[in-house]
Design a binder for this molecule. Structure first.
Ligand SMILES: Cc1ncc(COP(=O)(O)O)c(C=O)c1O
Length: 384
């Protein structure tokens, strides 16, 4: 038998290239800061998910360093073996107290938390209803799980309620803030219609830290409590990792059956220590959220009449350009003007909805946003 891997790899790469959709890595110095460098060129970074500006914050760096002094480098094992330290336990407790749940279960990433939950919970005959724009980690796990998965139209409560009318054992999954569009899920309505006939899972990767009282996220901001809440530490927390918040019983179930928790090395204790410190910063440093609101107003004022602009209540500002080619052209032109902005193309977003994904952080200045707005207007006038 002839092995086909080589021709498969070559064919897939060629197809991506022909479609103009090849992705590549860029080496960025200080990619977690507003002022970033690629090669010799300096850029103002409008692409990170470091919404609160914590990723390079001295106080947080020092907390991680202190964690290293106390606990050493790695966790040494998976959580159920010897990898669960006092730092992990404190982090779980801090999350529960802050977000109002009985249990928190830690994971190395949001991707693995989402996959672990769906694989552990869903069985044959169950119904999994997901917003059409949910993150790849949720969609992929849903497709691979034993359950029947259906997608409801983005943020369409009526469509969801039609799909809910059966009597299957049902889990509804939505993001709190959608990662590529920056819009909010209608959580109050979804919570209302799922209350008696389904469990609700909210992935609040982009809402926690940014929305709600003391940054407690999307659910807190509208006063609902889902059965399952996923928070990730790679965005507003400025670090990485994730947790599933749930009841004590479901937490116990995940401790037994969530394979990405059971069979994977625990995050380093120093990292857990730093994440706990970040929670304190998120809760007490309200100025970071105020700054985001101020920058958002400046962005809206300057760009609201420009074609492609979309209003959002979050630091994620999609600027829709249509074709992948247009998005790439705009991103290149803006790079020439000193702004780093990633073009987001299919398959990450639907065909015809290629865009610039502009993100604001608490470390941007009003001038940064004003200058970006001018450059964006110039780009729209000249190239598109
Ligand atoms: C909505 C959402 N969920 C989950 C993830 C995955 O989180 P992580 O980066 O921690 O794997 C992302 C990452 O971009 C996301 O946007």
């Amino acid at each position: 038998m002839t092995l086909q891997f080589k021709s498969r790899v070559q064919g897939a790469l060629l197809e991506r290239e022909n479609l103009g959709l090849t992705r590549s890595l860029n080496v960025l110095d200080a990619g977690n800061q507003v002022s970033t460098r690629c090669g010799d060129a300096l850029f103002v970074n409008f692409s990170s998910n470091d919404y609160l500006g914590l990723a390079s914050d001295k106080e947080l760096v020092e907390a991680w360093q202190k964690g290293l002094d106390i606990y050493g480098a790695g966790s040494g094992a998976s959580p159920l073996v010897t990898g669960f330290s006092p730092a992990h336990a404190s982090l779980e407790n801090a999350l529960c107290e802050w977000l109002g749940f009985e249990r928190a279960v830690l994971f190395g990433s949001g991707f693995s938390a989402n996959q672990a939950l769906l694989f552990a919970l869903m069985r044959k005959g169950d119904l999994l209803l997901q917003d059409k724009l949910n993150h790849a980690s949720l969609m992929e796990a849903g497709m691979l799980s034993e359950a029947t998965m259906k997608r409801f139209k983005h943020n369409d409560v009526q469509h969801l309620s039609k799909l809910l009318s059966g009597d299957e054992n049902t889990l509804v999954v939505t993001e709190g803030v959608f990662s590529m569009d920056g819009d909010l899920s209608p959580l109050t309505y979804i919570h209302h219609i799922t209350r008696n006939n389904a469990w609700l899972m909210v992935d609040d990767a982009h809402g926690v830290g940014v929305l709600g009282e003391y940054g407690a996220g999307s659910c807190n901001s509208v006063g609902i409590k889902p059965e399952i809440l996923v928070v990730t530490f790679g965005k507003a927390f400025g670090l990485s990792g994730a947790a599933i918040l749930c009841s004590a019983e479901l937490g116990n179930y995940l401790t037994q059956f969530a394979r990405h928790h059971v069979y994977s090395t625990a995050i380093p204790p120093s990292q857990a220590f730093a994440i706990t410190h970040a929670i304190g910063m998120i809760q007490t440093q309200e100025w970071r959220r105020e700054k985001l609101r101020e920058l958002s107003i400046v962005y809206d004022e300057q760009l609201q009449s420009v074609e492609g602009y979309v209003k959002t209540a979050t630091p994620i500002k999609p600027f829709i350009l249509g074709t992948a080619e247009k998005a790439i052209n705009a991103s290149c032109q803006l790079k020439n003007e000193g702004f780093w902005m990633t073009a987001i193309r299919p398959p990450t977003v639907p065909e015809g909805a290629a865009r610039l994904r502009i993100t604001l952080t608490a470390n941007h200045s009003v001038q940064d946003v004003s200058k970006l707005a001018c450059a964006l207007i110039k780009t729209m006038e000249s190239t598109l």
